[in-house]
Design a protein around this ligand. Structure first.
Ligand code: NAP
Length: 297
């Protein structure tokens, strides 16, 4: 193997559908960097050995996706507690792993950066102070979104979830991240929450191709409200289409995927890449191609 080439990859179980190789491959080519970024299926029982022996696998780092984000946090935090960022410690999950100058394994959660960078890019006039954000869902991705808004300095975040106890636990666990008051609610409270919401975010898998729709009537939202969806297949979910019809500002989920990749690329390949229209168009075309393939089946 050529030692001068820096190699990274995304790991998951399964991993076939990851678009991370397309994103990093685009940046490597754009900047003429002698590097490689692939994907590797890693079984849960092989995760610890993989993460603690990256050089043996020919790697300078990796992205971590479903179902390994929490387990990767536990493993790396045990091996090198100082190498895990405070944000990743607060979230208990990591998605970006690299080696420091002494070869010690380090990790961060860049989903928070990914969501907020995309949100601020798409809603540039939006400001955090005094805002109430309503988040639908209390899964892994919701944690990153709640943390992002709490750190940004909003006044209030309400987490509405099918399983109320999960939302309550999340509100308790993330309470220290910023000054925001965090609250939990059942999904049935949404109609009562919407008139006081400045931002509404779907973080559930509802509305994704192949999943049930997200049934929510957006008419009670105030006119200045911003509606975001982190689902990006389809690119324009039914939630975003409904918000657009009402004339509300919208933020789609694809930008989160693109922006979360930026810090990892910088760590592994030494250059901070940009999320350009060209990159977005490339990934959009791939999503549309996959959809056309499915429709033709
Ligand atoms: P997760 O941890 O499994 O959480 C799933 C969430 O969806 C939970 O809140 C769950 O509620 C809710 N849910 C699922 N089915 C439901 C139903 N039938 N009715 C009501 N609620 C339901 O998943 P995740 O990792 O957070 O991912 C969630 C979505 O975000 C996925 O579609 C994923 O592709 C997307 N995502 C996008 C990005 C991006 O870069 N744009 C990044 C990460 C994830 P309960 O708690 O009640 O089960």
């Amino acid at each position: 193997m050529d030692d001068t080439i820096r190699r990274a990859c995304v790991i998951g179980w399964p991993i076939e559908h990851s678009r991370s190789p397309m994103i990093h491959g685009h940046w490597l080519e754009e900047h003429g960097i002698a590097g490689e970024y692939g994907k590797r299926a890693v079984r849960p029982e092989a995760l610890e050995d993989f993460l603690l022996n990256l050089p043996r696998h020919g790697l300078v780092g990796c992205n971590v996706t479903v179902p390994h984000k929490e387990a990767a946090f536990e493993i790396i935090h045990r091996a090198n507690p100082e190498g895990v960022t405070a944000l990743a410690r607060a979230l208990g999950a990591v998605n970006t792993v690299w080696l420091d100058e002494r070869g010690r394994v380090c990790a961060d959660n860049t989903d928070v950066h990914g969501f907020m960078a995309n949100f601020m890019e798409r809603a540039p006039d939006w400001t955090a102070p005094g805002r109430h954000v309503v988040i639908i869902g209390a899964g892994g991705a919701a944690r990153a979104v709640v943390a992002g808004f709490a750190r940004e300095g909003v006044a209030r975040v309400t987490i509405a979830n099918r399983t109320l106890e999960k939302a309550e636990r999340m509100a308790e666990e993330l309470a220290g991240i910023g000054e925001a008051a965090l609250a939990a609610a059942p999904l049935s409270d949404l109609p009562a929450l919407l008139p006081q919401a400045d931002v509404l975010v779907n973080t559930t898998s509802l509305g994704m191709t192949g999943q049930p729709p997200l049934e929510v009537d957006l008419s009670p939202l105030p006119e200045h409200a911003v509606v975001a969806d982190i689902v990006y297949t389809p690119l324009k979910t039914a939630l975003l289409a409904q918000a657009e019809q009402r004339g509300l500002a919208t933020v789609d989920g694809l930008g989160m995927l693109l922006h979360q990749a930026v810090p990892g690329f910088e760590k592994w390949f030494g250059l901070r890449p940009e999320v350009t229209h060209e990159l977005r168009a490339l990934v959009e075309a791939d999503i549309l191609k996959e959809r056309a393939g499915r429709d033709g089946e």
